[in-house]
Structure formats: structure tokens, C-alpha cells
Design a protein around this ligand. Structure first.
Ligand code: SF4
Ligand code: SF4
Ligand code: SF4
Length: 587
């Protein structure tokens, strides 16, 4: 636990000026850093539960305590600023003893059922207890017992596994501004739950899953339908069902991490092979549906721009954002694009176009979607899409599925997606990162507005990890101001401006999760933002390598419209590929 990680020391542009000594090593720190931040940046790993670099520091769990020479008490390194000449020990005998006591107290009031826990082998409480060799618990007493909450289609709560670190409460309230859960009661009776003893399904939860990726233990996990799916799959020979799977754009840039590969390792080919080995008859690519989303969205945007109608237009690929809008901005829904998300578009085409082409009964198709987040599990339950998709599995669940089928993922050969729903453009590939939908839409909208095949395909200003990215683009006499927004806290500010009639934008992309889908609530846990940079980089590289980089140039898209859908934005396109959003009551 205290090992120096194999990593590169990171520096900012300016020079660090504070000299301190940690574990006998001279370290250079920045004035505004805490001991924890300086240690982490210098590859010294300090165990922690409640700290997260993007959340407010609360110093509650005390696992990150360190010994500072000259100070009587141990200090929480997450909330203690660095000082010139400080001498710090992150693993002295006293520190280790304190951490052992904290762990024992947590374990004494914990529902310790590791083998049946979804976080088994991926749990910080388990990891630290193993590292510190906690082989018995000295404290015996009353334990809390609170009911589990399985009411949500996306998330399960098991309060008896909660260690009260508060990360879920801060991400839900401070980052997403949803406040669906909070800490209630005091002392021994403290618990994390929705207000008024409601279940999660009755709360304002928008199913984003950010609480799940931020929970260090098994108290918040995805609602899994993996067992039901496997049961149906093993009965395949009896039922003669046709098994189809679609894979969202971001999965190929994140799945490898769950098999020990470095962040940003592209695993597209292995992923397709693994899904075939699991037993799918057809493996389709949601990237193609992302291309279709773009041709429809760009068609809609150009029409609205020319008519100055309901601007700004806002993208609708993210179901957590849609639910947020439907709950908190019911009066502004006309700004949302009517396009379905890529997941819903591919599902619609599988049940109609593909079923007809293949000559299979649409009802005999079992469609499974591999998606980056828990909100996609909610999306398939929306009345307008109900029945199109049978199961949604997250990236984390897919890795479990591959392991359960005893597939040696790392050694798999590459293979390609199936046709007719398997060819995509570079524009479809970048949907998985923040700013990608906007960049893809601009590539097509610019061609539609000018009537040319423009050379410019890269819009760097909407890339990156800032929660708000803006650009102003001149196209065919139109000065178009666009924004790419990530996190719902940032979206709330943008929507408040729209409501107040002072939004400067024509077109806005909103994604609920930090980083976009690569940081979704069903993705592997994030160590730091560098992981997001690597994941986004993998998608950008895929984009550059593609033969077609604009959605409306993708020959598979053109073929589908020619054979089946008709014209871009036409009547049949609206029936198959668009929808309507409406008020959602949550209490
Ligand atoms: S939360 Fe962690 S320690 Fe608790 S049962 Fe699950 S795996 Fe075990
Ligand atoms: S899923 Fe999102 S909205 Fe729901 S409780 Fe978790 S963080 Fe809050
Ligand atoms: S549910 Fe998880 S993230 Fe939330 S307070 Fe409990 S342990 Fe922490």
C-alpha cells in the first residue's frame, strides 16, 4: 500500500517552490498543494476513502493520515497544506496503527460478505484490509441493518456496505446538482439515502451512475441483468432466438483496463471476437448509429438555424441529461434535438431494417447493448423505446461476462464488426468523449450549409476536460457559437441562461459525465484525469485512421437511407429515428 508507484512525477507549467521531505525523499511542491496532492504527484500512494481530486475535500475518513514532524497529532494529508521544510512520514508505525484501527472499526460495522459482493476484488476496504493484514477485528458491538434498495433500474444500494465516505453525496449534489441522496441521521445511525426515506426510483435520481463509479466499496453498484441474459443465452438452441449485440463508441477505449492493459489501449478487434465467443450471432457497432444521429441532428440544426427556430439546439445522446432536462427544465424542452440517441437508433434499425433484410422475425431477436453507463439501462425502459432492447450491460459487466465465459481476452485475435450495421466513420468514433458529438455534427452541418466537401474536420476548441468548451465558427455567412458541456452542474448553468433568455449559443452538446461517455457510470473506476486523457486520445486516434471522417460520407449510412429510411430528416426518418421529450415527475 505504501509502495512508490511506478509512475512519472508530474509538473505544472510553473516551477514548484516548496521543499519538503516525504519518507526521506526531498519533494518539490506547489504553494497551493496539500501533502496528499504533493505525494500523489510524486508517485507516493497514500490510502484514502473520502478524498477524490474532483470533489470537495471533507477529511472525514482519516485513512490518509500522516505523521508530520513537530505536530503532536496525526494530520489528514488531504486537508493539510504543504509547508517549506516539512518532514512527513506516510507509513510510520504510528500511522499504520491508526489506519489499522480505522479499518477495524469500519469492518466491525460492515456486512462482510465479500464472495457475494459485486465489488469483490475491486474494493478499497478489502484492498487496504489485505495490505494491512487485518486478520481479526478487535471491536465487537451492535451493527447497523438497513434495507437494500433495488428499486432503480440502474443502481442498487446496499447501505450495510456503506463506509460513509460521502463521495456519492458530493458527486450527486455538488457536481451533478441533483441531490438525489444525502447523509441522514447522526453518529451510529447515520446513513446515505434519498430524502424522506424514499427509494431511489422515487427520488430525483437521473441514473447517471456517477455515485457508482465514485463509491470505493460495494454500497452502490449497477443494477445488473447479466444472469437473466446468460440464462436466455444458454437456452439458445431450444428457443432458436437470434442474438444481436451493439457496442457503444467508448467501450473499445476502456475495456482493456479491466484486463490489466494501460488506459487508452484500443481493443476493438478483441472485443468483437470476445462477443462472438460469448455466442452472439451478430456484432454491430453503435458508431454507425452515431453517424445516423449526426446526419439527422445536422439536418435538424441547419433547418433551425435558417429559420431561427428554437435556438440553441441541444444534443440528446445522453439519457441522464435528458432525464435531468425533463425534471428540472420542462419549460425549455423545445431546445432539445428530437433525435434519438445512437443506442435507440441502432435498436430501432435492428428491429426493422435488419430484421427485414435478414428475414428474421423482429420478436425472435434478443438485442443486448454494451454501454458506458447505468443511464442507458434507464433509457431502454422509457415508454417510447420499450421492447427494442432486451439487456444493457455496462463495460464493467462485459468484463465480468468475458471472465465468466473463461475467455482469454488478452490473447484473442482481432475481428471486425458485422454488416449491415458495422461500418462507421471517424465522426462516429469520437462520440465517446466530451465534445465529440459537437465536432462530428459540425463536420456534417458545415458541409450541408456550404454545399461543399470541406477539408476542415477538426474542431479542437471543443476538445478537452474543461466542463465548458466554447467555439465560434463562421460557416456560409453564419457566425455559429457552440458549446460542449460536461457534468450536469455545468448544464444547469447553461440551462438557467437559456431560461433567462441570455444564452449566446446556437448549438450545445451536453453530457452528464466528466469526460463524456469515457467517464460514464459503467466504466472502470478512474484513478485520475490522465486516464480520461488516454481514453479520449484512443478515440481521437481511431478517428484519424478512418477512411471516412464525416458521418454523411459513410457508405453504410448512405446505403441504409437509400434502401430503407429515405431522405435525411424525412418522414420515415422521423418515425424511426426521432422521438419527443416530456415532463417527468420524480416525486
Ligand atoms: S464492500 Fe468490499 S469489504 Fe465489503 S463485502 Fe463488498 S468486497 Fe467485501
Ligand atoms: S445515479 Fe447520479 S443522480 Fe442518481 S444518485 Fe447517483 S449520482 Fe445521483
Ligand atoms: S455509498 Fe459508497 S460512496 Fe456513498 S458514502 Fe457510502 S461508501 Fe461512500
Amino acid at each position: 500500500m505504501f509502495k512508490k508507484k511506478r509512475c512519472k512525477v508530474k509538473f505544472r507549467k510553473e516551477k514548484p517552490t516548496v521543499k519538503l521531505v516525504i519518507n526521506g525523499m526531498e519533494i518539490l511542491a506547489y504553494q497551493d498543494e496539500t501533502i496528499f496532492q504533493a505525494a500523489e504527484r510524486n508517485c507516493i500512494n497514500i490510502p484514502h476513502f473520502c478524498y477524490h481530486p474532483r470533489l470537495k475535500v471533507v477529511g472525514a475518513c482519516r485513512m490518509c493520515v500522516v505523521e508530520v514532524e513537530g505536530r503532536r497529532n496525526l494530520e489528514a494529508s488531504c486537508s493539510t497544506p504543504v509547508k517549506e521544510g516539512q518532514v512527513v512520514y506516510t507509513h510510520s508505525e504510528r500511522v499504520i496503527e491508526a489506519r489499522r484501527t480505522i479499518l477495524e472499526l469500519l469492518l466491525a460495522n460492515h456486512d462482510l460478505n465479500c464472495p457475494t459482493c459485486k465489488k469483490n476484488l475491486n474494493c478499497k476496504l478489502q484492498e487496504y484490509s489485505t495490505d494491512l493484514m487485518i486478520d481479526e477485528i478487535s471491536y465487537v458491538g451492535e451493527m447497523r441493518h438497513n434495507p437494500k434498495d433495488h428499486s432503480s433500474v440502474s443502481i442498487q444500494r446496499d447501505p450495510d456496505k456503506c463506509i460513509l465516505c460521502g463521495r456519492c453525496v458530493r458527486v450527486c449534489g455538488d457536481v451533478q446538482t441533483v441531490h438525489a441522496i444525502g447523509q441522514v441521521n447522526r453518529g451510529f445511525y447515520m446513513n446515505v439515502e434519498p430524502p424522506f426515506k424514499h427509494e431511489l426510483s422515487e427520488s430525483s435520481c437521473i441514473n447517471c451512475g456517477q455515485c457508482v463509479v465514485n463509491c470505493p466499496v460495494g454500497a452502490l453498484t449497477e443494477h445488473s441483468s447479466i444472469h437473466e441474459f446468460i440464462k436466455e443465452l444458454v437456452d439458445k438452441s431450444k428457443t432458436k432466438k437470434h442474438f444481436v449485440v451493439q457496442v457503444a463508441p467508448s467501450i473499445r477505449a476502456t475495456l482493456g483496463e479491466l484486463f490489466g492493459m494501460p488506459a487508452g489501449t484500443p481493443v476493438t478487434g478483441k472485443l468483437v471476437t470476445a462477443l462472438r465467443e460469448v455466442g452472439f450471432d451478430m456484432v454491430f457497432d453503435t458508431d454507425l448509429a452515431a453517424d445516423i444521429t449526426i446526419v439527422e441532428e445536422a439536418t435538424e440544426f441547419v433547418k433551425r438555424l435558417k429559420n431561427n427556430d428554437n435556438l440553441p439546439m441541444i444534443t440528446t445522446c445522453c439519457p441522464a441529461w435528458i432525464k435531468f432536462g425533463e425534471q428540472f427544465f420542462i419549460d425549455e424542452l423545445e431546445h432539445m434535438s428530437s433525435c434519438r440517441s445512437p443506442q435507440a437508433i441502432l435498436a430501432s434499425l435492428v428491429r426493422t431494417y435488419y430484421a427485414e433484410k435478414k428475414g428474421v422475425d423482429a420478436d425472435d431477436i434478443v438485442l443486448v447493448d454494451i454501454m458506458p453507463c447505468t443511464a442507458k439501462k434507464y433509457e431502454i425502459q422509457r415508454p417510447e423505446f420499450a421492447g427494442d432492447v432486451d439487456y444493457v450491460l455496462t463495460t464493467v459487466e462485459l468484463a465480468k461476462l468475458i471472465k465468466q465465459f473463461n475467455i482469454d481476452f488478452e490473447d484473442l485475435p482481432d475481428s471486425e464488426f458485422d454488416n449491415p450495421l458495422g461500418i462507421s466513420s471517424g465522426a462516429g468514433a469520437i462520440f465517446g468523449r466530451s465534445g465529440g458529438v459537437m465536432e462530428a455534427a459540425l463536420r456534417t452541418a458545415a458541409d450541408f450549409l456550404t454545399g461543399k466537401d470541406l477539408k476542415k474536420v477538426e474542431y479542437e476548441k471543443v476538445r478537452g476536460l474543461e466542463t465548458l468548451k466554447e467555439a465560434e465558427i463562421n460557416i456560409a455567412g453564419h457566425k455559429i457559437k457552440v458549446a460542449a458541456v460536461q457534468t450536469l452542474g455545468e448544464a444547469r448553468k447553461i440551462m438557467d441562461d437559456i431560461r433567462a433568455g441570455k444564452s449566446p449559443y446556437h448549438f450545445i452538446e451536453i453530457m452528464a459525465c466528466y469526460g463524456g461517455c469515457i467517464g460514464g457510470g459503467g466504466q472502470p473506476p478512474l484513478k485520475d484525469d490522465d486516464v480520461l486523457v488516454e481514453r479520449a486520445g484512443a478515440l481521437n486516434k481511431q478517428d484519424v485512421k478512418m477512411k471516412y471522417r464525416k458521418s454523411h460520407k459513410n457508405p453504410a449510412v448512405l446505403e441504409i437511407y437509400k434502401e430503407y429510411v429515405g431522405e435525411f430528416g424525412g418522414e420515415k426518418a422521423h418515425k424511426l429515428l426521432h422521438t419527443k421529450y416530456s415532463k417527468k415527475d420524480y416525486i
